[in-house]
Design a protein around this ligand. Structure first.
Ligand SMILES: Nc1ncnc2c1ncn2[C@@H]1O[C@H](COP(=O)(O)OP(=O)(O)OP(=O)(O)O)[C@@H](O)[C@H]1O
Length: 251
């Protein structure tokens, strides 16, 4: 099996006027296509920096990133958008607030294609959009003609997740995507996330501070501490882990 992504001897050093800090240090990790990886770490451990490097928003100071056997270390975030989708913590990011839910879904379906004939396409694709919406949690199917700015946080994050996965990215990055939601909405989106990843066989890296979710979902678990990967649990070991053991790693 060709690895989906390999990070080799990767370092990221932040240089300011007053000091130099290694935000990521000697990261060596290979992600396989069938992996749904939980990434844990205390505040400031370097998780978002890790995602920014993978997405191409930051360039590593040294080391290589290989994606499907091609080196992409110097590729921009724009060049990687065909491969990598990201959902952020903030429900306001990722959607067009003034457009309706249906229009946003159509935009995501047609990302990368020409925008001509948009109203006609919207009418043509309506049955498909409605069928899709019926599978979604958080009652989003009843909101198709509402502007996105009217949605609750849970509904907006559900839409963000759908838009990020509708074209089946090669790699999905979930950056604490349920953490701003109430417990019920968060669990509904997490269940939908898990089903979507399994059914579409997506490769996924997910940052979370929710230890119960980290243990329940995914088939591998990585822990970052002070910019270094200090633990890597494959599925069988992950299944034996307890919250208490995880807490010890995070301190
Ligand atoms: N542009 C920057 N300037 C200064 N410090 C930075 C910058 N970016 C990140 N840092 C620092 O680097 C460290 C790692 O940050 P990062 O956001 O990657 O951590 P994190 O694990 O995602 O944390 P959290 O769980 O709080 O989101 C932190 O100490 C942070 O303050």
């Amino acid at each position: 099996m060709t690895a989906r992504m390999t990070l080799n001897q990767l370092n990221y050093q932040l240089t300011t006027e007053t000091d130099q800090r290694n935000l990521l240090q000697d990261i060596n990790v290979t992600i396989q296509p069938d992996e749904f990886v939980m990434l844990l770490g205390a505040n400031g451990a370097g998780k978002s920096t890790f995602f920014n490097i993978v997405a191409g928003d930051l360039t590593p100071t040294s080391g290589q990133i290989t994606f499907n056997d091609q080196e992409i270390t110097k590729q921009s975030a724009q060049q990687r958008t065909r491969l990598i989708s990201r959902v952020y913590q903030d429900p306001k990011l990722g959607t067009a607030a003034d457009m309706t839910v249906a229009e946003n879904i159509l935009l995501a379906m047609r990302r990368g294609q020409r925008r001509r004939l948009f109203p006609r396409r919207l009418a043509q694709q309506r049955p498909q959009i409605e069928a899709l919406a019926k599978t979604l949690p958080n009652h989003l199917e009843a909101q198709l003609d509402k502007p996105v700015s009217n949605l609750s946080g849970g509904q907006r994050q559900t839409l963000n997740f759908l838009m990020a996965t509708i074209q089946k990215p090669e790699l999905l990055l979930l950056d604490e995507h349920t953490s701003a939601l109430d417990a019920v909405s968060s669990q509904a989106l997490m269940t939908f996330t898990d089903t979507t990843i399994r059914e579409n066989k997506l490769t996924c890296l997910m940052i979370t501070h929710d230890l119960a979710d980290a243990l329940k979902y995914g088939n591998r678990l990585l822990i970052l501490k002070d910019g270094q990967l200090i633990a890597d649990f494959p599925d069988a070991e992950k299944q034996q882990l307890t919250t208490e053991e995880l807490i010890k790693y995070l301190h």
